[in-house]
Ligand binder design. Sequence first.
Ligand code: NAP
Length: 247
Amino acid sequence: MNTSRPNQVAIVTGASRGIGAAVAQRLARDGFAVAINYASGSAQADALVAELTAAGAKAIAVQADVANAEEVRRMFDTVEKQLGQVDVLINNAGVLKTVPLAEHSDALYDQSFDINVRGTFNTLREAATRLNEGGRIVNFSSTTLALNMPGYAIYNATKAAVEAFTHVFAKELRGRNITVNAVAPGPIATSLFLDGKTDEQIQTFAKMPPLQRLGQPEDIASVVSFLAGPDAGWVNGQILRANGGVA
Ligand code: NAP
C-alpha cells in the first residue's frame, strides 16, 4: 500500500461499480482514505470496502442519492465523522440512456438532469465550504459531447452543464488552493456503455479511436489519480479528454 497521501480523504460518488469503483481502488492505492458512495448497490459497495480494507486501506461505504441535497449533506457529515475532513471529491455518479430527443420522456429527461447535473451541483455546493485547503475536485463529462451522435442530445446537455460548472467553480474557489477539473472519457467498457448495445455496435465504438480498443475503467482511474494528486497542482478549470484519440 502506497501511503503518499496519509490521512487524506477522498469521496468518490457512484463508486459501487464501473469507473467509480476503479477510481476508488486507485485512490486507495495512492494512500487516500476513501468513501465509496452508491445509490442502490450496497452489496457491491460493501464488497469493495472489504477488498480495500483487506489490502490495508481505510474505506467506508456511504449510501446517498446524489440528486438529493439532504442525502448529499448527510454523506459529507458521515464521511467527516468517520474519516475526517474531505480533501478530494470525485463527481463520478452518472446515468446514460441513448434515446432520440423527440422520443425522450419527461421522466427520463428529469432523471438525467437530476443525477448528472443536480447531483454534481449538490456535491459541489457542499464541497465549497467543506473541502480542505489544497483540495481537488474532479467532475465527469464525456467525449460524446464532442461527437454529437444521434441519441445523445439530453446526455450531452447534462455533460455540457458539468463542463460549465467546472470552468466557473474553479474561479469561484479563488483563494482556497482547490483545483476543479473534469475528465471526459471516451467509450469505457462498463454497464453504462455496454448495456443495450449489440456486439456489432460495441465493435464499431471499439474501432473508433486510433488506439483501436474500448477504454477500461483503469484507464480513467489513472487520469483521475493524476488530477487528484500533487503533480496536477497547476492544472485548474480544465477538461481532460481521455478517449484513446477518438475526438
Ligand atoms: P456505471 O457503470 O453505470 O456506474 C454508475 C455508478 O453511479 C454506479 O456506482 C451507481 O450506483 C452510481 N449512481 C447512479 N445513480 C446514482 C445516484 N443517483 N446517486 C449516487 N450514485 C449513483 O457507469 P460508468 O460507466 O462507470 O460511468 C461513470 C461516469 O463516467 C458517469 O458520469 C458517466 O457519465 C461517465 N462516462 C462514462 C463513459 C462510459 O463509456 N462508460 C464515457 C464517458 C463518461 P448504484 O450501483 O448504486 O446504482
